[in-house]
Design a protein around this ligand. Structure first.
Ligand code: G4P
Length: 533
């Protein structure tokens, strides 16, 4: 197959949702359709069990599973589908944000009873900002939930999406009869039997026909006719271009647990979802079909074996063909590297591969040379953009608890930060080190891993910081900037890349500082177009 054909048959996407909406269940059903797994229950849930949120051993367990589920690949109707795992738990939100830089589209799963939840809002916002094409799947229709129109309204308002239903439920919960598929113009009757792989599909070209009454009863038939008429009047027609530019989001209804409505979702997905897309680097836009290989690291996973510090760097291939045992350039540290055992991912297995194509993910063994965001090329000097850090939510000083192990501590912190477990800041005034995390849980994880993997011990000390803001002066020689640096010196730090960061101790301080120094922009994300350029 030519490079172009390989690109054309690939779809790389992520499923995002609030925990418990049904992401794992849906993933599993998709794999079942692809024949990648044989039975339900094969995909282990990588979520943190309820009630275990402060148990870091649970996180360790979870890390083990999440290597296996980081990338799940399968083939369906000749299409190679790569699903990238996006943890729903908020303490891992940063991981998910980074993974979203490696997907070409997403499926958003919403629980019919709970509607739009907090994590979904945050994740969809990131996708919206990047115009990532999204399909919405409203799950658990076998249960009583919100009215379908009410839910569509909620999705439009809370997630700020422009939706169009491509399927619509007939009844719900106890009265759930099935789904009318507007995309394929047919009806699937719900039998509640999760063992069935394919539901009964009945073509209904004309919903006015009496066949519909016979099939589902006169009352439900009349209701669905009215609902479909309303949909026709209220919602925009589906248009693939608008979907691909992130301007329109099709919605499907179903029940992942009952394997209902999943085939419809998958069939539509393979038809409309984008193939691997071009990506911007700091010098140019790189197209997948270019001959030269390039890719970037979006995730690093430490090995579970504490005695070996080897890690797996997940590289998304952006262009060309990745080949085993071939020299590539690690652009940041200008080193040539070749990989003798690159892993590709299939369902739950990983396997050494000789070649991989744009859209695919390869797992490269690494002993510490990769950082999140690093670019590999065939020699071209360019760096892929768009792996931002967000302001952490929790901050603590980190102190060395064992003076004889300061080297180990430094190395451990350094490597954990490269992996993206947390962010490290160094205060300008006194050089003290501050760790910032998205969840409170990470502090325990860091302490535990420093001890077990690096033989170092640390102590934390509280620090009152509300947000870390990346400082972006219009003119770094201006008096205003000099004044800012002098007045705020106690609250200034450098991040790992040497960028200047301001620690605001409250939302009020942040607001006051921004209005006192209007020419200095304070960003909550590390990647921004600088004002000075
Ligand atoms: P997550 O990955 O998004 O966190 O959700 P997951 O798939 O683990 O699903 C969360 C719970 O919702 C699970 O139940 C799962 O069985 C259930 N679920 C998923 N899809 C459906 C559906 O279509 N209908 C109904 N009624 N339930 C659904 P659990 O009791 O928390 O876990 P388990 O013991 O069943 O694994």
């Amino acid at each position: 197959m030519s490079l172009q054909q390989e690109i054309d048959r690939r779809k790389t996407f992520g499923i995002i949702s609030h925990p418990d909406a049904g992401k794992t269940t849906l993933t599993e059903k998709l794999l079942l359709f692809g024949g990648a797994i044989q039975e339900a229950g094969a995909v282990k849930s990588n979520k943190i069990k309820k009630g275990a949120t402060s148990d870091f051993m649970e996180i360790e367990r979870q890390r083990g599973i999440s290597v296996a589920t980081s990338v799940l690949a399968f083939e369906y109707e000749g299409i190679k589908i790569n699903i990238l795992d996006t943890p729903g738990h908020k303490d891992f939100a940063e991981d998910t944000f980074r993974t979203l830089t490696a997907v070409d589209s997403v499926i958003v799963v919403i629980d019919v009873a709970k509607g739009v939840e907090e994590q979904t809002e945050k994740l969809v916002e990131v996708c919206r900002m990047r115009n990532i094409p999204m399909i919405v799947f409203i799950n658990k229709l076998d249960r009583e939930g919100k009215d379908a129109f009410e839910l569509l309204d909620e999705v439009e308002q809370k997630l700020k999406l422009r939706v169009t239903p491509l399927s619509f439920p007939i009844g719900m919960g106890y009265d759930f009869k099935g789904i009318y598929n507007l995309w394929e113009k047919n009806i699937n009757l719900f039998s509640g039997d999760s063992r069935k792989n394919i539901e009964e599909t009945i073509e209904i070209e004309d919903i006015a026909s009496a066949d519909l009454d016979q099939l589902i009863g006169s009352e439900p038939a009349q209701t669905i006719r009215e609902e479909l008429e309303l949909i026709d009047q209220v919602y925009p027609k589906f248009n693939r271009e608008e979907y691909l530019t992130g301007d329109l989001q099709p919605v499907f209804f179903g029940s992942a647990l009952n394997n209902f409505g999943v085939r419809e979702l998958l069939d539509c997905f393979i038809e409309i979802a984008p193939k691997p897309q071009p990506k911007s680097s700091d010098t140019r836009l790189v197209k997948p079909e270019e001959n030269e290989f390039s890719g970037f690291v979006f995730k690093i996973h430490a090995n579970m074996d504490p005695k070996h510090r080897d890690r797996l760097a997940f590289v998304k291939i952006v262009s060309g063909i990745f080949k085993r045992n071939t020299n590539y350039v690690h652009v940041r540290n200008k080193k040539k590297m070749k990989f003798s055992s690159p892993n590709a991912f299939f369902a739950e297995k990983k396997q050494i591969v000789d070649t991989s194509y744009p859209g695919d993910i390869v797992g490269l063994h690494d002993t510490g040379s990769f950082k999140i965001g690093d670019t590999l090329t065939q020699g071209e000097q360019m760096q892929y953009k768009g792996i931002p850090s967000f302001s952490p939510e929790f901050f603590k000083y980190i102190n060395n608890a064992d003076p004889l192990k300061s080297k180990q501590l430094e190395k451990g912190i350094d490597q954990l930060m490269d992996e993206g477990v947390a962010q490290l800041f160094t205060l300008e005034l006194n050089g003290r080190k501050v760790i910032g995390t998205v969840g409170a849980l990470q502090f325990e994880v860091i302490q535990y891993r420093l001890e077990h993997e690096y033989g170092a011990s640390c102590r934390y000390e509280n620090l009152n910081v509300h947000k870390a803001c990346w400082v972006d002066p219009l003119d770094d020689k201006s008096d205003e900037f000099k004044d800012f640096k002098r007045v705020k010196s106690k609250f200034l730090a450098k991040d790992k890349r040497g960028q200047l960061v301001f620690f605001a101790d409250s939302a009020f301080t942040l607001q006051m500082t921004q209005s006192k120094y209007p020419s200095i922009k304070l960003h909550l994300v590390s990647e921004f177009e600088t004002q000075a350029n």
